[in-house]
Write a protein that binds this ligand. Structure first.
Ligand code: NCD
Length: 304
């Protein structure tokens, strides 16, 4: 039985196959519409979510399966003090696969050790978010035609943004990848990614404060929101929350073929007037999230 805790749980070859499957699902949805008949997905979400939980649910429904679950710790027995290891034992009796989001780093990993069904990490604290990475990779590969030889600007909260940590870990496996890490000093990439992933793999990167300076030669600009819920004090959040705002005016200076991605939710970091720009692909990205989660469910249930 296989779980998904980190994007590195799949080799580059396996990932390619998964993304190929997601592209096939996009173009031939009817071929897959009964692939999971009789199967159940449990969504165990101890933290808020719109896209991740609902795209998992949509994915399972599109495959002909059913879904059950909870969308907050308050509405589960966690509120009575039940551990994740007990909860997953129970969910293993009710479902065939589980997507779990938890505010504590490593909680889905603990669950996977006690589980009778595949567990997918749907975001663990400020640590990892592998299915967002699968979504990002599918978006980039489909719209750019490649995952190698690219300069990627990551902008915003690089400290607490788990999507950034997972995306970097995954992209360093492709040749010719360079990063521009655009953040205020206080929200820089943590050492467990900068040193252990970038330096260790000899990846070229720059840490930059100004978005305008960084934008001129990017293939991808990956915007992120400042992660309010991970701050120790609200004053710091208020001071940093609007540090970057991508506007139409800024976009006019960016390369013609630079794509703008964002895992969403957006707060203020992308002005709504950028949405009409054809380089702004964050809503399309959310749609790709459904195809890739369909491909993932099929792969982990060994139905692909
Ligand atoms: C992200 C997350 O939960 O980390 N959202 C998502 O799953 N698309 C990004 C965020 O919350 O900022």
């Amino acid at each position: 039985m296989r779980h998904l805790m980190s994007p590195l749980d799949f080799s580059v070859e396996e990932l390619d196959k998964l993304l190929d499957l997601a592209n096939d699902i996009e173009h031939n949805p009817e071929k897959y519409s009964h692939a999971c008949t009789g199967k159940k997905l449990a969504t165990a979400f101890y933290e808020p979510s719109t896209r991740t939980r609902l795209s998992f649910e949509a994915a399972m429904i599109n495959l002909g399966g059913s879904v059950l679950g909870f969308s907050s710790a308050d509405s589960s027995s966690a509120a009575k003090g039940e551990s994740v290891s007990d909860t997953i034992r129970i969910l293993s009796c009710y479902a065939d696969i589980c997507a779990m989001r938890h505010p504590k780093e490593g909680a889905p990993l603990v669950a996977s050790m006690h589980s009778g069904i595949p567990v997918i990490n749907a975001g663990d604290g400020g640590h990892q978010h592998p299915t967002q990475t699968l979504t990002d990779l599918l978006t980039i590969r489909t719209l750019k035609g490649r995952l190698d030889n690219m300069t990627i600007g990551l902008c915003g909260d690089l400290k607490f943004g788990r999507t950034v940590h997972s995306l970097i870990s995954s992209l360093v496996r492709y040749p010719g990848i360079k990063f521009k890490l655009i953040s205020p000093e206080e929200l820089r990439l943590p050492d467990y990614v900068r040193v252990d992933v970038l330096d260790k793999n000899g990846i070229e990167y720059e840490e930059i404060d100004k978005l305008d300076d960084a934008m001129v030669d990017l293939d991808i600009l990956y915007m992120t929101r400042v992660q309010r819920e991970r701050f120790f004090n609200e004053e710091d959040y208020i001071r940093l929350k609007d540090y970057y705002v991508l506007t139409k005016e800024k976009m006019s200076k960016a390369p013609k073929d630079m794509l703008v991605l964002h895992p969403l939710p957006r707060v203020n970091e992308i002005s709504v007037d950028v949405d009409d720009d054809e380089r702004a692909v964050y809503f399309k990205q959310a749609q790709y999230g459904v195809y890739v989660r369909m491909a993932l469910i099929l792969t982990l249930l060994e139905l692909a």
